[in-house]
Design a binder for this molecule. Structure first.
Ligand SMILES: *Cc1c(COP(=O)(O)O)cnc(C)c1O
Length: 419
C-alpha cells in the first residue's frame, strides 16, 4: 500500500508505518498467533464500509441505509457456514476474547461453573483464568496436561468434569503442539450434560486445510479468531453446529443477543468485509497447500532443533507451533526472547507445563510457522532458522546475536513482503 494520503497529511504516522514495514521485511515473525494478510484483505479493511453504523443483523438494523452492509454481512456469513460446515455463524465479534465472552454471556449466569485448560498447560486467558473476566465472574476449574508426556490426559479431564459438573467446557489452546480429540471431549461433556465449545482460534486454518481434525461433528459451539492461521483481519467467528442446535435450538438467538445488544455496539463492517475476502481466499486449493506447508515446516523445524539438543514439550508437534523447554540450555525464556529479538527472530517467552519458574521468567519459548510459511519459506529455511536459534541460545552473546541478525536479514530479503 502506498499510504499517499497519510504521507501528505500526517508525517509522524507515515514514518512509524514505514519503520514497521522495514522491521517485518528484515526479521522472522515466528509468534504462532500471527500471520500476514493479503493486500485484498487490507484493502477491504481500509474501505468506506468502516463508516457505517449497523447495530443489529442483516434485515433487522436499528439504522437506515444498510442495504449494501446487509449484503456484505450476509455474504460473510454464507462463506463461513459453507467453509466450516455449520448451520449458524455470528461474524460480528470484534476479536477472539469478546467472542468467547459472548459465549459465556449467552449460556451462563454469573457464578456458574466452567472448565478450561489451565493457562500454564497451554490454555487461553478467556478459558477461566483468574485475572480475566472469565475467572472473575464465573467459577472456573482447570484441566492440565500430563507431566510426563505433555499431552492432555483425557482420563483426568473426565474425572474433573464428573467431580465438578461444569456447565460449559472449553476445548482449545494457545500453546499446545498436538492434536485435540474433540470426540473424546464430547463424550466427557455428555456425561455431565455440559455445553462444549471448541475454541479453534489458533488452528482454524489447519482445520480448513484438513491438517487438524474438524470439531464440527462433535462440539456444540465453535469460536475462532480470524487473524491467526486463517490469515484474515483481526476478528472472530462464533458458530453453532448441527449438534449444538440439537442440544439447544435457541443457541443462535442466544449468541446473537449476547453479541448485540449484550456486549457490543455497532459491528465493524469493514472488518466483516475483510473476513469475507479472507474466507474466499481460504476456499482455494492453494490455501490447503498452505496449511500442509505450515505443518510440515513446523515438523522440520522441530526435528532440526531436536538435533541441536533442544527439548520440545511433548516431544514434537502435529500443528503450527513448538514449545521449547530451555532448562537444559541455561537460559530463561525471557532472556532467550530478548537475545533472539536482537537477532531478528521474533517469538515469545512462554511457561512450560508445571513450570518451576515464575510467569515473568518462564522456562520456555513458543514459536510457530504460520507467518514465515505465508512468506514462502520452506524446509531449507527451517534448517537455517534452527541453526540461527541454536547459535544465539548456545553462545548467549550480543555479538553472536548481531552476527545472526545480518544472516536473518539476508535470508528474509529473498522472500520480499507485499507492501
Ligand atoms: C488468540 C486466542 C484468543 C483471543 O483472541 P484475541 O483476538 O487476542 O482476543 C482466544 N482463544 C484462543 C485459544 C486464542 O488462541
Amino acid at each position: 500500500m502506498k499510504h499517499e494520503n497519510i504521507k501528505n497529511q500526517d508525517a509522524k504516522v507515515y514514518e512509524i508505518i514505514k519503520k514497521e514495514e522495514a522491521r517485518r521485511e528484515d526479521t522472522l515473525e515466528m509468534i504462532p498467533s500471527e500471520n500476514h494478510t493479503s493486500p485484498a484483505v487490507l484493502e477491504a479493511l481500509s474501505s468506506i464500509l468502516s463508516d457505517k453504523y449497523a447495530e443489529g443483523y442483516p434485515g433487522k438494523r436499528y439504522y437506515g441505509g444498510n442495504e449494501h452492509i446487509d449484503e456484505i454481512e450476509a455474504l460473510c456469513q454464507e462463506r463461513a457456514k459453507k467453509l466450516f460446515g455449520v448451520p449458524f455463524v455470528n461474524v460480528q465479534g470484534y476479536s477472539g476474547s469478546p467472542a468467547n465472552m459472548a459465549v459465556y454471556f449467552a449460556l451462563l449466569n454469573p457464578g456458574d461453573k466452567i472448565m478450561g485448560m489451565s493457562l500454564t498447560a497451554g490454555g487461553h486467558l478467556t478459558h477461566g483464568w483468574k485475572v480475566n473476566f472469565s475467572g472473575t465472574y464465573y467459577d472456573s476449574v482447570f484441566y492440565e496436561v500430563d507431566e510426563e508426556t505433555g499431552l492432555i490426559d483425557y482420563e483426568k479431564v473426565e474425572e474433573i468434569a464428573e467431580r465438578e459438573k461444569p456447565k460449559l467446557i472449553f476445548a482449545g489452546a494457545t500453546s499446545y503442539s498436538r492434536l485435540i480429540d474433540f470426540k473424546r471431549f464430547r463424550e466427557i461433556a455428555d456425561k455431565v450434560g455440559a455445553y462444549l465449545c471448541a475454541d479453534i482460534s489458533h488452528i482454524s486454518g489447519l482445520v480448513i486445510s484438513k491438517e487438524h481434525p474438524d470439531p464440527a461433528p462433535y462440539v456444540h459451539i465453535i469460536t475462532t479468531t480470524t487473524h491467526k492461521t486463517l490469515r484474515g483481519p483481526r476478528g472472530a467467528l462464533i458458530m453453532v453446529t448441527e449438534s449444538g442446535l440439537k442440544k439447544d435450538e435457541s443457541l443462535p438467538e442466544k449468541i446473537n443477543r449476547a453479541v448485540f445488544p449484550g456486549l457490543q455496539g455497532g459491528p465493524h463492517e469493514n472488518q466483516i468485509a475483510a473476513i469475507a475476502v479472507c474466507l474466499k481466499e481460504t476456499m482455494s486449493p492453494s490455501f490447503a497447500e498452505y496449511g500442509r506447508k505450515v505443518v510440515s515446516n513446523c515438523r522440520k523445524l522441530g526435528e532440526e532443533l531436536k538435533k541441536r539438543d533442544f527439548n520440545i514439550v511433548s516431544g514434537g508437534t502435529n500443528n503450527h507451533l513448538l514449545l521449547i523447554d530451555l532448562r537444559n540450555k541455561g537460559i530463561s525464556g525471557k532472556k532467550a526472547q530478548e537475545l533472539l529479538e536482537r537477532a531478528g527472530i521474533t517469538l515469545n517467552k512462554n511457561a512450560i507445563p508445571f513450570d518451576p519458574n515464575p510467569p515473568a521468567e518462564p522456562s520456555g519459548i513458543r514459536m510457530g510457522t504460520p507467518a514465515i510459511t505465508t512468506r514462502g519459506m520452506g524446509e531449507e529455511e527451517m534448517t537455517k532458522i534452527a541453526s540461527f536459534i541454536s547459535r544465539v541460545i548456545t553462545e548467549q552473546s550480543t555479538e553472536t546475536a548481531d552476527k545472526v541478525r545480518e544472516e536473518v536479514k539476508e535470508m528474509c530479503n529473498k522472500f520480499p513482503m507485499s507492501k
